[in-house]
Design a protein around this ligand. Structure first.
Ligand code: AMP
Length: 121
């Protein structure tokens, strides 16, 4: 499977579609999910064109890997849900078919602002 340049997050990265932006740097863009499942539901997507976490772990540079993890921490703090400033959250990545991934561009969901609940339904 190759990366689909027309997926919705690729269009957001190219500013062809608007998003409710939270944070952006060299490695990631973060915005609020359009269909929030919890009080706070943010997405953190990579600037690089990776289909999912498997693709990322196989091909991304060490700098991109550090950038993604650091970015998640920065966004959580900005949203007031990190352990430093809040009560914690869940970070989740769906991977491909069995993982229930809908958008084929690597993204982490950050859920918080309330108890997130059971890990898997
Ligand atoms: P996944 O099932 O892990 O691929 O999640 C895709 C997520 O993207 C879902 O939670 C959608 O609600 C969200 N989503 C789809 N389109 C947009 C958009 N234009 N802006 C923000 N979130 C979106």
């Amino acid at each position: 499977m190759s990366y689909d340049n027309n997926n919705i997050f690729a269009k957001i990265l190219r500013d062809e579609i608007p998003c409710n932006r939270i944070y952006e740097d060299e490695f990631i863009l973060s915005f609020h999910d359009i269909n929030p499942q919890k009080k706070i539901h943010a997405l953190v997507i990579t600037k690089g064109k990776y289909i999912n976490l498997d693709d990322f772990s196989a091909k991304a540079s060490s700098e991109e890997m550090v950038g993604l993890l650091k970015g998640i921490g920065i966004v959580a703090k900005k949203l007031g849900i990190s352990t430093e400033v809040g009560k914690g959250y869940r970070a989740l990545a769906n991977i491909s078919d069995h993982g229930g991934q809908e958008v084929p561009h690597l993204h982490f969901h950050l859920f918080g602002g309330e108890k997130v609940g059971k890990m898997v339904e």
